[in-house]
Design a protein around this ligand. Sequence first.
Ligand SMILES: Nc1nc2c(ncn2[C@@H]2O[C@H](COP(=O)(O)OP(=O)(O)OP(=O)(O)O)[C@@H](O)[C@H]2O)c(=O)[nH]1
Length: 966
Amino acid sequence: MPARIYALAKELNLDSKELVDIVKKVGITGKGSALASLTDDETTRVREHLSGSSQKPAAPTATNPSAPIGAVRDSVVPTDRKPVAINVGRSRSRPMTAKSESPEPKPVAESPAPVVPAAPTGPTARSLDDPAIRSAMSRPDGASVAAEPPTSKPADPPPAPKQGFASRIASRMAARKGVTTPTEPVSPIRRESSAGTGKVRSLDRPAATGDKKSLDSSKSKRREPRINVKMTSLPEVSEQAVPKAVAGEPKAQKPDVKLSPDAIAGHRQGMRAPLEQLAKEDDEKKRAAKRGGLSGFTGEKAKRGSVKEEEEKPRKKGLAGMASPRAERGRASKGRGRVSFDGGGFDRSRQYRNSRGSRRKVINTAAPRKDAVVLELPCSIRSFSEAAGVSVGKVLGTMMQMGIGGVNINSQLDLEAAETLAAEMELSIELKAAETLENSLINELEEREDSAESLIARAPVVTFLGHVDHGKTSLLDYLIGINVVKGEAGGITQHIRAYEIDKDGRKVTFVDTPGHEAFTEMRARGANVTDIAVLVVAADDGVMPQTAEAISHAKAAEVPIVVALNKIDLEGVDENRILTQLTEHGLTPSEWGGEVEVVRTSATKGIGMDELLETLLTVAELNEYSANPDREALGVCLESAQEGDRGVSAKLIVQNGTLRVGDVIVCGNSYGRVRAMTDTLNNKPIAEAGPSTPVNVMGFDEAPGAGDRFHVLDDITKAREIAETRTHASSQESLSGSTTKISFDTFQERLQDGTLGVQADKVRLNMIIRADVKGSLEAIEKELTKLDHPEVEIRILQKSVGGVSLADVSLASASDAVICAFNVVPDERARSLADERGVEIRRYSIIYKLTDEIRLMIEGRLKPEERVVELGRAVVKQVFSISRVGAIAGCYVVHGSIQRGCRIRVTRDGRVIGDYGLDSLKRIKDDVKEVPRGMECGIRLQGFNDIKQDDVLEAYRIEEVARTLD
Ligand SMILES: Nc1nc2c(ncn2[C@@H]2O[C@H](COP(=O)(O)OP(=O)(O)OP(=O)(O)O)[C@@H](O)[C@H]2O)c(=O)[nH]1
């Protein structure tokens, strides 16, 4: 029966990659991957080779039949096959997988063949059951090792180890430095050996003898030579070093330093001790030198310069204004030095002019300023001043100086504001984010590690990626035995589908992502939950732009890639071309010596389906995907939809733990209790969903976003709190950013107070988008951003999941907006209101049709482009000044023609001196429409009489051309 290489490797306790090499050495070609199968005959050959009975002429077994396996394997003469280095079992670092990877095998060339002691006597062909062979093969470092001679110990000392290139370089370097390279391996220093005796061991001590130690020494022989360092022993410590306390002796006292009242008062006001003061001055000098780098620009000048610079900058009002110039202020304030402290120890900033303009000194009675402040944010100005040991008045004063008005003692400071303020007041501040449920609960759930015993194998999550129409849906349909492809609008997958199938008791979860470019985002998310990516490439088309994009997504997700070379049933398919293309994109097929399995498939004919499934299961087995079913579930929302009266339905994929009906769940900004769950294949109710299971969940309060992570909590109030905090944070984010998302209410308000409207030089297209699922919304939005143009602003006033409502229509009529309904319909009342108010509702079921129409609409609204059309040139021969008429230029047309209504550029001595409209064009005395080349004419310009002989008049016309967005 054929056996997979990786399975045989497992059986022989070898690394798959090593076995692939051995297979190659035995002379079996075309088995470049651990997934390749070996026939019975080939398996026997490999086994024989391993057991040392191979009769190949080059094999050392022929000449030295008793040589150990390592030596045999080392000296096999390579075949003429291309070198193949494959390890399909690329393991992916997954936190939930507790099992460790098998260590990399050492290169065969470095095996210590010459270290072999006296050749053991014994039978020529040794069976795999031989314990010596087994132990040789099961060496953890994968290196072949001389089998222990069963009887005698080595007669002669082993020859010096063969030095590798790296070690040779190391020893040469050591020799050059005059450091002796030990010929004997060095035994490691044991902590207890020095600690116990109080002596320091010399590193060049010869290795001890003995069985175990000699094994150590033989191991260390393979290591690179170490540099031998001799250390002197530590001096003896006298036991009487610390004198014992004499009974009745008075206790040691702290020195009695008396502070004068002036010093105390001064310190309260922020004065520093003389040493502190000196250190500070030194600091300032250093900073000034660093900052300036300008010769002769002293610290004081630098201070003044930066203060002035600071003052010149316009400041934003309010707390929000603190954030943007924060960095500059931080820099400036650092450079400025402490202007609030003068040499006399008085706070200059507290000197102010009274109503008569005279200066008054105020003694600060506030608590001394603390240097390090620990603040939990957000905090009020009161808390800030208390923590900083600065008066509230001073904090508010500083804020006023910074141009931040309208704040009081209770105003809240966020992280940036507090940082800015601290920088301005030169406080070294330690900011601490307030402990939130998000931090304490969600992060704990995400970071919790499952013990190795709790982990069980789970189904791999396989994602189909690839160019549109290459057959992703057809392949999945064939595998799961349904036919969805016929029901898709435009034949394009527009939703993420996820199904779990069972193949001979082994499960696989498939995720089908949309192939159209508009769904790039969704596809990216699809790859994120993915363990294995199946790259579908149509054999007739080859690698297309979206295929390349899919390759990047899969590579970024660091998942193994299996290529399904689909539509192999079509005639005239050039497989080599596609394999070359794949190689160019970094996916070298295993048959060409790479790591990627390419399975030939035909979704319509059912070719290669079993092989594809088998390959996927094998890759999964190699990667040992595991999860703990006995913990709270967590995973990802693939998509969600509002399903009329039934409420929100979300398609989730459980990544770890088990999700059960009744669980409290939080996902993005939404939360709820799992009311019902159905499987994604037949929509049958299920009570629980384990790891890797895709499931439809009902019970969320609102539709979670595609790609949001979900977690199960034990308390619904905590879930609500987390969801609310996230909602608040995202609304703050959208308010502070330049997002165009406007709620109905705020939009109405802004419309009424005149802050929303058509800008002077921009065309604004307002849109309201309604779609069936959140993923489509995001995809539409992404497509619309591509229609970016400096003269057009697309504003999405509302975007939400569900049908077009009455509120949408009234918003659209109030704001001149267009409603786009993607896969949804307006309800009856909305429809009649739209008719009544003349609101346009555009319905789409394919995204690119929507974007194409919007593009046309925008092109219609773009200002036409002005194009200059050159008409001709005339030279002024003579100028006639006519009273009440002005200057008439008698011209000769040298090029093209001069036409009525054109514009004229007047050039003199090669320079354009003006641009004027043509007022009149005459031949002799008659007004004419056009004067062609070679004719004379009289020209009068609008508003220009200073025309001179030999001026050149260039006639041109401006044409308006409709523009496109490209
Ligand atoms: N001849 C042939 N046609 C195929 C094969 N697989 C799929 N097709 C056809 O290719 C077309 C596209 O197939 P889909 O499965 O919708 O392709 P897709 O990649 O899922 O497309 P999107 O959903 O748009 O991303 C359909 O008309 C299929 O019948 C195949 O193996 N051989």
